[in-house]
Design a binder for this molecule. Structure first.
Ligand SMILES: Cc1cc2nc3c(=O)[nH]c(=O)nc-3n(C[C@H](O)[C@H](O)[C@H](O)COP(=O)(O)OP(=O)(O)OC[C@H]3O[C@@H](n4cnc5c(N)ncnc54)[C@H](O)[C@@H]3O)c2cc1C
Length: 522
């Protein structure tokens, strides 16, 4: 008798390039299922409504893909362990197939429990090296960056492993499928009503593989302009790929995007973009190597930095875009209003939060994670730790928000859009409005300190204090890195150490600012 195989979708919301689905179709009758987990909804959720809506649109689109092939996507609600176990025990399905993914602690615990069941088969077809050889704190006990295999010529370095994944043909999509024996007991509409999902963000892309493919194809047509649009925040919002939420939910696979981009004409934009896709896998590998990235500083010496200096008013000013630094305020308001800011703005607001406001990184990282439509635990928290140098290997790079206005928003397009109270100000005073003469303020009809705040903090003084503090910690942080377990957490084994650098962000583009100067450094 043909086996009924439950295909458990999580962050692989597509039918193309889906190893679990393709294997289920080869081995039996696939029964696709998505489980709405209450942990991701309601008060404890770290997902804004716009992200939940994007997920729901991906599910509608996935259901359409299944219906086009004769099946449906069955929707259930509840603790995934209970839902899956009861479907197995009731005999609704014989087995469960699922793709492995890289998630934060909770998702990982659920996935590991399911993986330990006899009736479950998992697939690792995403360029990530996985091993069960781990220390008790979850850190990998082998070096995922170095050669695996026999240690000699047949060993494969991480980058080659990842490249092989990108270049292998994707798993085939079944063209026809049988009826799904698992019935839906809920719907997207019922879930939205139950949890009162009512997004307020604007300009959020539509979820789903179809919308993702349209975006991908339009981006490939203009990929040559990518180097010029990636840094200025207004241009990036309109013209960079904006594929990140599709990748985060797996409406498109990273490999699909890679292969589509490879088919575009050769240009600098293409090679730059290609390296971004390696970074995507690189950060995924880091979280796979150590689940602690989302909650603890990698370097034990830097753990808890600024935690006790907490000033709730400063944090509120940062969250609400009222710091008196126009670029920070524009970026934070854009994040809250649209769920998106580009890499440079994310790095800048993280840097200001940690080095200048001197606040504990987790409070900022959680807030950003909640508001990003493309939130991905593997990238968000690792990037925060890198930007704040909680690793002890990245330089202390403090983004000067005034300089960001001058270099990346010289005509004030971004600042004026999100900080409209500064709109009448002349361009030359948008970087530091508090320095504008009273006559300029009067002519613009904007009083700094009344209509727009003065800076909530003395930028130079606080930055200097933080630099001095890091300089004092350098040796101990360096020493901590001699522990192979700490090095493996961050996959730092073959990386150059740059502890305590005095650099600012002046000559780096985002390609270097996570501490990766080139693709060769992986
Ligand atoms: C503090 C901080 C937090 C971040 N949090 C997230 C997050 O939660 N989710 C997320 O997808 N990206 C995150 N990024 C990385 C980056 O900012 C976004 O991927 C990018 O801005 C998304 O826009 P795009 O799709 O137009 O990117 P593009 O420039 O078009 O890049 C294409 C794709 O490459 C990948 N990519 C690009 N830059 C990076 C990077 N630095 N690291 C890893 N992958 C990258 C993404 O998957 C992205 O969609 C973060 C960066 C910082 C500094």
């Amino acid at each position: 008798m043909t086996r009924s195989i439950l295909v458990w979708h999580r962050d692989d919301l597509r039918t193309v390039d889906n190893a679990a689905l393709s294997a289920a179709a080869a081995d039996g009758d696939p029964a696709p299922v998505f489980v709405f987990d209450p942990r991701y909804y309601g008060e404890r959720s770290l997902a804004c409504d716009a992200r939940l809506r994007f997920l729901h649109e991906c599910l509608d689109d996935l259901d359409r893909q299944y219906r086009d092939r004769g099946s449906t996507l069955a929707l259930r609600h509840g603790d995934p362990l209970d839902v899956l176990r009861s479907l197995l025990e009731a005999g609704a399905v014989d087995e469960i197939y699922c793709n492995r993914s890289t998630t934060a602690r909770y998702g990982r615990e659920v996935a590991e429990t399911v993986r330990s069941w006899d009736a479950v088969r998992t697939f690792s077809d995403d360029g990530i090296r996985r091993t069960d050889e781990r220390h008790r704190d979850g850190t990998v006990a082998v070096d995922t960056r170095e050669g695996w295999g026999d240690g000699g010529e047949r060993s494969v370095l991480w980058q080659d492993h990842c490249e092989a994944y990108f270049e292998t043909d994707p798993a085939e999509r079944p063209e026809t499928l049988p009826d799904n024996p698992v019935e839906s007991t809920t719907s997207v509409e019922a879930i939205e009503e139950r949890y009162d999902v009512a997004p307020e963000k604007t300009d959020v892309p539509r979820g789903g593989t179809m919308a993702g493919n349209e975006r991908l194809s339009a981006f490939c047509d203009r990929i040559s302009e990518y180097p010029g649009v990636v840094s200025p925040p207004a241009a990036a919002a309109e013209r960079s790929s904006r594929l990140s939420p599709y990748l985060a939910f797996g409406a498109l696979s990273v490999r699909q995007v890679y292969q589509a981009v490879e088919a575009a004409p050769e240009c600098r934009g293409r090679s730059m973009y290609r390296s971004r896709l390696f970074w995507n896998r690189h950060y995924m590998q880091k979280l796979a190597d150590w689940p602690g990235w989302t909650d603890r500083a990698v370097n034990p010496v830097l753990r808890g930095l600024f935690r006790d200096e907490h000033d709730p008013e400063l944090v509120t000013a940062w969250k609400e875009g009222r710091t008196g630094f126009p670029m920070v305020d524009a970026a934070m308001r854009a994040l809250v209003e649209t769920g998106y800011i580009n890499f440079r703005m994310r790095a800048m607001v993280a840097s200001v939060f940690h080095y200048v406001l001197r606040e504990w990184w987790r409070r900022g990282a959680d807030f950003m994670y909640r508001h990003l439509v493309d939130a991905d635990a593997a990238i968000n928290y690792t990037q925060w730790q890198s930007q704040c140098n909680l690793t002890g290997v990245h330089p202390v790079r403090i983004y000067d928000p005034a300089k960001q206005v001058r270099e990346y928003d010289p005509d004030g397009e971004f600042v004026r859009e999100y900080v409209p109270e500064l709109a009448p100000f002349p361009d030359e005073h948008l970087a530091k409005p508090e320095k504008a003469p009273l006559s300029v303020q009067a002519e613009a009809g904007v009083r700094i300190g009344e209509d727009y705040p003065r800076p909530v903090i003395d930028f130079e003084r606080r930055a200097a204090e933080t630099r001095a503090q890091y300089a004092d910690l350098v040796d101990r942080a360096e020493e901590a890195l001699s522990d192979p377990r700490v090095r493996r957490r961050g996959s730092f084994s073959n990386r150059r150490r740059e502890v305590g650098g005095e650099g600012d962000e002046s000559d780096i583009d985002e390609a270097t600012s996570g501490g990766q100067s080139s693709l060769d450094e992986f």
